[in-house]
Design a protein around this ligand. Structure first.
Ligand SMILES: Cc1cn([C@H]2C[C@H](O)[C@@H](COP(=O)(O)OP(=O)(O)O[C@H]3O[C@@H](C)C(=O)[C@@H](O)[C@H]3O)O2)c(=O)[nH]c1=O
Length: 184
């Protein structure tokens, strides 16, 4: 498993090496020792306490979601299909504050993102169905959900496909400007 630094500070991309043969493939999707060694923080991998999976149909957008308080660290990968995944750094002290970066996550390369606390995250499903798997380092608490509209004009996220569906929560999410007033 290789590890690359993303453009956004502290985000890393874990890149596995799938083994393919006539049966299909085998891939390690995560290696705690490699991950902890890269971060230089033993025990970080062991902190992931909840694993979740969502399935989305083509064109669906989920996002942009974050978490208030201590926020949460997240590992994100696409186990089936492909998604256009977007991160926004909302840490006021970060050198990449306010910047976004997009990644293709799919079931060919199995790129796996490590997203530290303090980011907004969202994605669009690019295939008939796309399964996204998450691991988070704190139990989910809906009271700490924060969000920004996926189509916020100031963010200007370039979703590759027409948006076919979003959740009721995402449809009424606030603006990036509104969130900025709460971050400073
Ligand atoms: C996110 C989450 C939701 N749920 C529940 C709440 C709700 O009843 C149902 C569906 O939740 P949502 O509509 O919020 O799911 P969704 O819109 O897919 O939310 C996810 O979006 C992506 C972009 C992320 O980054 C994730 O962290 C998460 O916020 O699942 C959990 O039990 N645990 C969780 O960790």
């Amino acid at each position: 498993m290789r590890i690359e630094e993303a453009e956004l500070a502290d985000v890393i991309v874990l890149i596995p090496q799938p083994f393919r043969d006539e049966r299909g493939l085998f891939t390690r999707t995560f290696d705690a020792e490699t991950f902890d060694d890269h971060l230089g923080r033993p025990g970080t991998a062991a902190a992931f306490v909840q694993d979740s999976q969502s399935r989305s149909v083509r064109g669906v957008v989920r996002g942009m979601h974050g978490r208030s308080g201590r926020s949460e660290a997240k590992l994100v990968r696409c186990a089936n299909g492909a998604v256009h995944d977007v991160l926004i750094d909302i840490r006021p002290d970060s050198p990449t504050f306010g910047r976004s970066q997009a990644f293709r996550l799919d079931d060919e390369e199995f790129r796996h993102l490590y997203v530290p606390p303090g980011f907004l995250h969202g994605f669009q499903a690019l295939t008939a169905t796309a399964d996204v798997c998450y691991r988070i380092d704190r139990p989910h608490d809906p009271a700490e959900d924060i969000g920004v509209a996926y189509d916020d004009a100031d963010l200007g996220i370039d979703w590759p496909l027409p948006v076919t569906a979003v959740s009721a929560r995402d449809a009424k999410a606030g603006s990036w400007r509104e969130l900025l007033t709460r971050l400073h």
